[in-house]
Ligand binder design. Structure first.
Ligand SMILES: *Cc1c(COP(=O)(O)O)cnc(C)c1O
Length: 371
């Protein structure tokens, strides 16, 4: 490529200059004689259920045809599970895809979008793509949303507020009482999205009941996904629950065939297999507890987590820790100068992570960079 090829011959949107690149979780380095584990993308570590693979296999035999664009059977199933009607369910290519539709439906160029930071890396990307401005409200010292400050950050230019609960990458869920107070303060013409990608892993008894809040707040949109607890990350299917008028707008802002037949069938089969999947979720929650306890015993200041990952606030040591884990066949997600997010995996992987963390700590305590 010559240097002139680096310049686009056509006019590109200026908004793109402000769009940060999304960094997908890395695959682990494969080491001789060591099982490698990818603990960098918050995926479900268990393989798909046979019953789900069966329906997907059937679905692909018809892939010369477009998928069902209206998806009534799937939307009815989701609606049943959430206690709403099918016209309040909007599906898309992952909840990321649905969030893109939300931006397309409510965010005008120049608007402000309020969300906590650090939070999901996709938020600043979608906001910049929309030509809007991110208003990032810092997390509290214990890595939680500062909902009072977030409500205070809403101005006449704000068209959307995103609450990520549990928060990716730090882990805490918002509390029901603080979320209610927050919703009472946000003007009713400003949409609030509650991103519950990790809902199924939540055990805290002070966590919000999103569907109850949805019934009492017309500007609340609940965002959920089949990618994490349901283990369908690779098939790309997520959904929003929204009032019918909002749901119609979200559908207009989406592409007609974004969800494949395989995705639709897998989602229905996964809802059928909820109990079986629930057993796995319980195991992950148990392993999460073991990781958090183990890390805290070693002296790490790990925040509470209600998700399928654990945040280790390593500060300047974040990337060195990523390398140490990689050398042990584990890929984790590093955030330079902030910390490392570790997705809960099968017991062997989690145990190895604890060993890496203990060795890392011991080495830092002995070495020249201690303190
Ligand atoms: C993983 C994740 C999503 C969902 O991603 P999709 O695969 O697009 O459904 C949404 N929000 C947060 C905070 C996530 O971490």
């Amino acid at each position: 490529m010559t240097s002139s090829d680096a310049l686009s011959p056509v006019r590109l949107r200026r908004a793109l200059d402000a769009v940060p690149a999304y960094r997908p979780g890395k695959a682990p380095t494969v080491l001789e004689g060591v099982d490698a584990y990818k603990m960098s993308s918050n995926e479900n570590p268990y393989p798909p259920l046979p019953s789900v693979i069966d329906v997907v296999r059937d679905a692909v035999t018809g892939m010369n045809r477009y998928p069902d664009a209206r998806m009534v059977p799937l939307r009815e199933r989701i609606a049943d599970a959430c206690g709403v009607t099918a016209d309040e369910v909007v599906t898309g290519a992952g909840s990321s895809g649905v969030l893109g539709q939300i931006m397309g439906a409510v965010v005008e160029e120049g608007d402000e979008v309020v969300y906590a930071w650090r939070s999901f890396e996709l938020y600043p990307i979608l906001v910049s793509l929309a030509g809007a401005r991110s208003v990032q409200v810092p997390l509290t010292a214990d890595a939680r949303h500062d909902l009072s400050r977030m409500a205070g950050a809403v101005t006449a230019s704000t068209s959307l507020v995103i609450v990520c609960s549990p928060n990716n990458p730090t882990g805490p869920a918002v509390r029901a009482a603080e979320l209610e107070e927050f919703l009472a303060r946000v003007p009713r013409d400003v949409m609030v999205v509650l991103d519950e990608a990790y809902l199924e892993f939540v055990v805290a008894d002070d966590a919000p009941d999103a569907m109850a809040l949805y019934r009492s707040h017309k500007n609340l949109v609940v965002l959920r996904t089949f990618s994490k607890a349901y283990g369908l990350a690779g098939l790309r299917i997520g959904y929003a629950i929204a009032r019918p008028a909002i749901a119609d707008a979200l559908r207009k802002a989406g592409l007609p065939f974004a969800v494949t037949t395989a995705g639709q069938e897998a989602a229905k089969a996964s809802l059928d297999a909820r109990d079986e999947l629930g057993v796995r979720v319980k195991e992950i929650v148990g392993e999460r507890g073991r990781l958090v306890d183990g890390l805290r015993e070693q002296g790490w200041d790990v925040p509470d987590t209600e998700a399928n990952f654990v945040w280790v606030p390593l500060g300047a040591d974040a990337l060195a820790f990523v390398e140490a884990a990689d050398a042990a066949g584990l890929s984790v997600r590093g955030f330079p100068r902030e910390g490392v997010r570790v997705s809960v995996d099968v017991p062997e992987a989690n145990s190895r992570l604890l060993q890496v963390a203990a060795a890392f700590r011991a080495e830092r305590a002995d070495g020249p960079t201690a303190g």
